[in-house]
Design a protein around this ligand. Structure first.
Ligand code: NAP
Length: 288
């Protein structure tokens, strides 16, 4: 059993508090809008009367609010600064690495310790092995917080550089952005072409094992900057993607996504990478 405080009771913060509670932890919560604690209070969670009370209640403070600006605002309160001394603050709000560094400076100046994390999961997955939580910060602090944080999902310690969890999270977000846009655009092609979007979903889902292999293969190629054994060349993929622009005209659907994709491949072909593997487009992305 751990004593844990959760600050922020939005969709994610409430799920975090709920998972701690379900694991038998003693949970104290604080939220700007206190009424959001009501469903948790019914289940035995204690509501802090103010931020100072929230910080004093537990050695481990988990914070998950809508932005780092909001987290700063909460923890810049004079009473909060005084109560941070000796606490391990685990920040699970999504942001970018420099925001983690700035908050770390604030917490450590107040005598606290700081771990920065990123949640790659939906709230409903929290408390299960489907929730992936990346954490960076001092190894000793991670070891101290690990048994409590382990109640939230699968933890990966990304190392001592406080920005590394968010760096990896943002890299994964880049992948997901393409996945979400590409899938939605494919669904719109099906709608406009009179095909079942659900069938499209089933067929694309069946690609998943091969896509996992492709990801590992691309990671090896890009990290070695070696793209010399293409099964399909960048030119072949680029030519096919170029035809998506023409299809968008035929179907009278928005051309922005295929135009962007086609121009990305065209730029790599213009740079002379047409006979390399498709992921050699990375070579055109490393600088402006
Ligand atoms: P949310 O439901 O919109 O909740 C936002 C929380 O932030 C609320 O507790 C809100 O308090 C608080 N807040 C906002 N501005 C504040 C301020 N100035 N001072 C004090 N509290 C403030 O958001 P969420 O879905 O829980 O997301 C929280 C974080 O988790 C985000 O960084 C998000 O990217 C990350 N995340 C979410 C998901 C997801 O699926 N939801 C998945 C992965 C990561 P009030 O209740 O008083 O408004």
């Amino acid at each position: 059993m751990n004593n844990v405080t959760v600050i922020g009771l939005g969709e994610m913060g409430s799920a975090l508090a709920d998972a701690f509670l379900g694991a038998g932890d003693q949970v104290k919560v604080w939220n700007r809008t206190a009424a959001k604690a009501a469903p948790l209070q019914v289940r035995g969670v204690a509501l802090a009367s103010n931020i100072e009370d929230a910080l004093n209640a537990s050695p481990i403070i988990v914070i998950c609010v809508s932005s780092y600006e909001a987290a700063h605002e909460i923890l810049a309160d004079e009473r909060a600064v005084a109560a941070l001394n000796g606490r391990i603050v685990v920040q699970l709000t999504t942001g970018i690495p420099k925001q983690a560094r700035a908050l770390e400076a604030h917490i450590t100046a107040a005598g606290g310790r700081y771990l920065d994390g990123a949640i790659a999961a939906w709230p409903r997955q929290i408390g299960t092995s489907e929730a992936s939580i990346l954490v960076s910060g001092a190894t000793a602090d991670f070891a101290e917080a690990q048994s409590a944080l382990g109640h939230l999902g699968e933890l990966t310690h990304m190392g001592e550089d406080i920005g590394s969890a968010l760096m990896l999270f943002n890299a994964a977000l880049s992948y997901l952005a393409g996945h979400w846009i590409g899938f939605s655009y494919g669904a719109v092609i099906c709608e406009a072409g009179g095909l079942s979007v659900e069938t499209f979903g089933d067929i694309v889902a069946s690609f998943t094992p091969a896509l996992a292999d492709d990801m590992r293969h691309m990671a090896r190629a890009i990290s070695r900057d070696s793209y010399v054994r293409p099964e399909s060349t960048l030119r072949t993929a680029g030519t096919d993607i170029g035809r998506l622009v023409e299809l968008s005209r035929d179907l009278s659907i928005g051309p922005a996504w295929p135009s962007f994709a086609a121009s990305t491949f065209q730029r790599a072909m213009d740079a002379g990478f047409g006979e390399d593997e498709h992921c050699a487009i990375a070579k055109t992305m490393r600088s402006h």
